[in-house]
Write a protein that binds this ligand. Structure first.
Ligand code: NAD
Length: 293
């Protein structure tokens, strides 16, 4: 039976580290980090995320600003708000909640964020900094996934890592981070031949696909670390909705050395790593050392 990697507990540990770092920045430098979240429209899931983010931002001792704009807000007005936040020295991190309404060009908005305040790490400047090994703001879910893996294998050096999925928000940045950890990285995707065979060679598997329970137990090398990024809502046999990952947990936990559950694995790490990025951004903008990068 695999060791269960407790994302809830590890996320709480990360938030405690952020709270300590915030306290240090305040007491040593009089610097209180601040995070602004921009929400356009009424997407119910986004509203919940934004509320949770704001609450946890305050809990770690940072300033939090929520900018809620109506769905019909023009692209120009969203860009004007980002520009205002870019120029506000009290605001160190800017997060524009996705998805944006269809009439707004998301790429244009995300690329208008000052890269030093880009706490999501999606700006091409941060993507480039990550790949060339410069100090960067790194996407939150990938950072959280690697932190989880390192709780069971403090050095990942030399491991064969297979990342399933090549999205810009998960698969590619996870691959970059694992390369930085000296793994031998394979990025598998929808056109990969013999995916089961590729995964079977992995000491570390990160699944970020969006297909419920796709990764089967007989794909997993005995003792491998399995990090399941997937969050999929399905209808269970009892007719009730439930959340499952991209990994068939019941099968894989019998073979893996360690595995993340869904829910309670990667999910809670995302906001914790967002707060970590905001504290890092505040230190970087003030030319101070940061506990995180
Ligand atoms: P995406 O749809 O952007 O990318 C999915 C990737 O999977 C693509 O690169 C595609 O090539 C690959 N893929 C699709 N079908 C495949 C197949 N049959 N075999 C192999 N690869 C295949 O998705 P995403 O945004 O990267 O998200 C992936 C999953 O992670 C989703 O379930 C999403 O809900 C979840 N997610 C979780 C968090 C979190 O906070 N825990 C954050 C982001 C995404």
């Amino acid at each position: 039976m695999a060791q269960i990697i407790d994302g809830k507990k590890i996320a709480a540990d990360v938030r405690a580290q952020v709270a300590a770092e915030v306290q240090r920045l305040v007491s040593e430098n009089g610097l209180k980090p601040g995070l602004a979240v921009v929400l356009v429209g009424e997407d119910p899931a986004s509203k919940v995320y934004v509320k949770n983010k704001a609450q946890q931002t305050v809990e770690v001792g940072m300033n939090s600003w929520e900018h809620r704009l109506p769905a019909e807000t023009s692209e120009a007005d969203v860009l004007a708000l980002v520009d205002k936040l870019n120029n506000d020295p009290a605001c160190h991190g800017i997060l524009v909640q996705l998805p944006l309404p269809k009439h707004i060009n998301s790429e244009k908005v995300l690329n208008s964020i000052n890269p030093d305040k880009d706490v999501d790490g999606f700006h091409p400047v941060n993507v480039g900094r990550l790949w060339v090994g410069e100090r960067a703001l790194v996407p939150c879910t990938p950072t959280g996934s690697v932190i989880l893996a390192k709780t069971v294998a403090p050095s990942l050096a030399g491991l064969n890592a297979v990342v399933i999925g090549r999205s810009n928000i998960v698969g590619k940045p996870v691959a970059a981070l694992l390369l930085r950890e000296n793994c031998t990285v394979t990025v598998a995707h929808s056109r990969t031949k013999d995916l089961a065979g590729v995964v079977k060679g992995a000491d570390l598997v990160v699944a970020a696909v969006g297909i419920p329970e796709m990764v089967r137990g007989d794909w997993i090398k005995p003792g491998a670390i399995v990090i399941d990024v997937g969050i999929n809502r399905i209808t269970g046999p009892d007719g009730k909705g439930k959340l499952v990952g991209d990994v068939n947990y019941a099968e894989c936990e019998k073979v893996a050395g360690a595995i993340t559950p869904v829910p309670g694995g990667v999910g809670p790490m995302t906001i914790a790593c967002l707060l970590r990025n905001a504290a890092q951004a505040a230190a970087m903008q003030n030319n101070l050392k940061s506990a995180f990068a």
